[in-house]
Design a protein around this ligand. Structure first.
Ligand SMILES: Cc1ncc(C[n+]2csc(CCOP(=O)(O)OP(=O)(O)O)c2C)c(N)n1
Ligand SMILES: [Mg+2]
Length: 461
């Protein structure tokens, strides 16, 4: 039986993509800067408190509780307005070439074409489950475009745009969605739980917020790696999560350990107003998720998630902050609205007005906002739009048909990978299953699985 723990796997998979140095220099683990607590003393006559737990607090004689209602909400950074115009005409030109802008647009468009096709396929019973990211394409694509491909990503599940931007192919999406034999995860995960070792994206897992402490740990590993190889460009982790996931204890643990150990991780919250049927108004009383970043001593920004330029610029800056000096975490809260149902298992008309959704759809959208900007610059027009839509739709349907026809993974994959090596117990379960399939061929028609019953005995792929 394997003795590897999941935590060690996370760290080792981050390190696996780079060659290890032959001789490891000794690494000093005291990497956080700052005062040692036992050296903090109250100075006689000082205006400031010098308790170990609050070193920058000023004494006051006014009895006053700090009330959140007296504080202004954190502002929301934007570059483009809803009509696709640059708001601050005096600002520096965008740090993006026309081809980079076109790629961002096409990536968002691809997600917006893929999504309704797969949603419908689920309704037709050809797929067990699907989640769309309508309204949030700009957050995923804009942020991923600001990272380096060596950076490590942990996603929640509504970040199809991140995979698309990084180069996850349509056939890879489809193989995972149809859980066929070519799926990277060998059919072991539910649909939309993609993962790609080649693209440095950890496989999505359903239990909310588990990715957050994993991301903090992976970022710590990257930091250690950088200390060992300082001549190499430092890498960061980018961790995506919804505002609902931020209600989990794991969120708080992750932010605190990342802050105290100065881990190079960008926590990227998609605040889309809902955690399934629970609106944000019922989820928290504070100023969104951004105020929590500040509470943990983390540099934080709130951005307009419908403005892909703002998301891109904020992520690029966050990446710089995260890798500077002795490194640190950064929190980005990207504001948006979940236009869709939560998933194919949800009917949002049961808990919100259709009017509300329609008004958001009409009023604002990251794709139309960028399109307006591009049209204003002469980069895009109706004809190009039609052509691109047709091309993408064709490619999606081609990948769809091919993946749907593929065989399912060999049955052996149910047992392989549970432990590093096959155990006696698993081996006897394989024999038992083979016996059952042989005895009840009509009840257990396994012809769809690669190799049929014999697929139970095939070696690991
Ligand atoms: C630990 C845990 N609790 C509950 C769920 C069920 N669940 C799945 S998604 C979800 C809502 C998450 O909302 P949010 O993080 O805001 O992401 P969004 O769906 O809005 O993108 C819930 C409660 C879960 N998957 N895991
Ligand atoms: Mg949400």
């Amino acid at each position: 039986m394997s003795t590897r723990t999941p935590a060690r796997r996370v760290l080792s998979s981050c390190l696996a993509t780079r060659p290890r140095p032959k001789r490891r220099p000794r690494v000093c683990l005291q990497v956080t800067s700052g005062v040692r607590w036992n050296s903090v003393k109250q100075q006689p006559g000082s205006d400031f408190v010098h308790f170990p737990g609050a070193v920058h607090s000023k004494f006051t004689t006014t009895l006053n509780f700090t009330s959140p209602s007296e504080k202004n909400a954190m502002p929301t950074y934007r570059i483009l307005d809803q009509s696709g115009q640059i708001v601050d005409k005096s600002r520096e030109p965008l740090n993006l070439s026309d081809s980079e802008i076109l790629k961002m647009y096409k990536d968002m468009l691809t997600v917006s074409i893929l999504d309704p096709i797969m949603f419908q396929a689920q309704r037709q019973g050809r797929l067990s489950f699907y989640m769309v990211s309508a309204g949030e394409e700009g957050i995923a694509v804009g942020s991923a475009a600001a990272l380096r491909k060596e950076d490590v990503i942990f996603a929640q599940y509504r970040e199809t745009g991140v995979f698309q931007q990084r180069g996850f192919r349509l056939d890879e999406f489809m193989n995972q969605l149809f859980a066929n034999r070519l799926d990277n995860g060998l059919g072991r995960n539910m649909p939309v739980h993609y993962g790609s070792k080649d693209l440095n994206i950890h496989t999505i897992s359903s239990p909310l917020a588990t990715q957050l402490p994993q991301a903090a740990g992976a970022a710590y590993a990257l930091k250690m790696e950088h200390l060992q190889n300082p001549s190499e460009e430092p890498r960061v982790v980018c961790c995506y999560f919804g505002e609902g996931a931020a209600s989990e204890g794991d969120f708080h643990a992750a932010l605190n350990i990342a802050a105290t150990r100065s881990c190079p991780v960008i926590f990227l919250c998609r605040n889309n107003g809902y955690a399934i049927s629970t609106p944000t108004l019922e989820q928290y009383r504070g100023d969104g998720i951004a105020s929590r970043g500040v509470g943990y001593g983390i540099d934080t920004i709130r951005v307009d998630g419908n403005d892909i330029f703002a998301v891109h610029e904020a992520t690029a800056r966050a990446r710089k902050l995260a890798t500077e000096g002795s490194m640190r975490p950064v929190l980005i809260e990207a504001m948006s609205y979940r236009v869709s149902h939560h998933s194919t298992s949800d009917d949002s008309s049961k808990y919100r007005e259709l009017r509300e959704v329609e008004s958001w759809k009409r009023r604002d959208n990251p794709i139309t906002r960028l399109r307006k900007y591009m049209e204003g610059k002469g980069l895009w027009n109706e004809e190009l739009e039609k052509k691109e839509q047709e091309t993408v739709k064709k490619a999606v349907l081609k990948a769809f048909n091919a993946a749907e026809r593929e065989k399912r993974p060999a049955l052996r994959n149910l047992f392989d990978g549970v432990y590093e090596e096959m155990t006696e117990e698993l081996d006897s379960q394989i024999q038992e299953l083979a016996g059952i399939i042989e005895k009840y061929p009509n009840e257990y028609d396994v012809g769809d699985f690669e190799g049929g019953r014999e697929g139970l005995f095939k070696e690991k792929r």
